[in-house]
Write a protein that binds this ligand. Structure first.
Ligand code: LER
Ligand code: MN
Length: 272
């Protein structure tokens, strides 16, 4: 079954970013449940930002699991990434992500590595950056396995990373890793820029596909841009995808309208 989820950001440094709900975790749980989403994805400042009792209470009260947790605060708040030229900074980046894996795992949620992958350039060649990324994913993937959750890696578009930008490159890279616990995140916004054909990109992700960022071509809610979602839904069904399609979209024209449009598109595409 393909399940629906929606994002909430608690990171002030990410303001202006593609998250539907902002700041108010309780309010986001309430609205997410009311609209009928299956789960919520949380972009948090760090592993200690949300009190355990509060989050467990919200999960129980609204019957909503946590679909995934983002790690990008390591980048936007602390300037860390896994392919930094400085070994100490790379270690801090891994430690930050390890903390987020531990935090998410308490609620059964995988952590997502997106912007924390960094970029190659300067003192770091592309080859060296990919070697550093592989080392980090092997270590963190095995750590996540020990915590009982997968680790999710997200190729990004060319303006956000110069490492791996397509699902084909992503799946080839994951195949080369020692760890078998890393899954791909297919973000339909990044794919709209990088893939020749988005549905084929999902097929290229194949058995590595673990999570989808469900969003339109212009990063607005699904249905508010020009993406043709029919072939995308068909490809996800063909793959027997059983993860979350999670709305990582701008809160435009406002959070509630973006959320309503998303769940309407989800129902039209996946509940027929
Ligand atoms: C960033 O563009 C993005 O898509 C996030 O999911 C990763 O940090
Ligand atoms: Mn994304």
């Amino acid at each position: 079954m393909i399940r629906s989820a929606i994002t909430v950001s608690l990171v002030s440094e990410a303001r202006g970013g593609p998250f539907v709900f902002w700041d108010d975790l309780s309010g986001a749980f309430s609205r997410t449940a009311k609209l009928g989403f299956d789960a919520i994805e949380i972009f948090a400042p760090g592993p200690d930002a949300v009190e355990d009792k509060l989050l467990r209470g919200l999960i129980d009260q609204y019957g909503l699991p946590v679909a995934a947790v983002g790690t990008g605060a390591g980048m936007v708040k602390h300037g860390l990434n896994l392919t930094d030229s400085d070994a100490g900074r790379r270690r801090q980046a891994r430690d930050f992500i390890r903390g987020m894996i531990d935090w998410g795992a308490k609620y059964g949620a995988p952590a997502i590595i997106g912007s924390m992958q960094g970029k190659w350039g300067g003192a770091i060649s592309r080859e060296r950056a990919l070697e550093l990324l592989a080392e980090a994913l092997n270590e963190l993937g095995d750590h996540a396995a020990a915590c009982g959750v997968p680790l999710v890696y997200e190729p990004l578009n060319r303006y956000e990373t110069n490492l791996l930008t397509t699902m084909s490159e992503g799946s080839g890279f994951l195949r080369s890793l020692k760890t078998k616990n890393v899954r791909l995140l297919a973000d339909l916004f990044h794919m709209n820029i990088e893939e020749a054909n988005v549905a084929q990109g999902l097929r290229d992700a194949g058995r590595y596909l673990g999570h989808v960022h469900f969003v339109d071509s212009n990063r607005r809610a699904a249905g508010l841009g020009h993406t043709d979602f029919g072939p995308i839904a068909a490809a996800l069904r063909e793959l027997n995808f059983a993860g979350y399609v999670s709305a990582e979209a701008f809160p435009l024209p406002d959070s509630d309208t973006a959320a309503k449009k998303t769940i309407e598109s989800y129902r039209n595409l996946f509940k027929t």
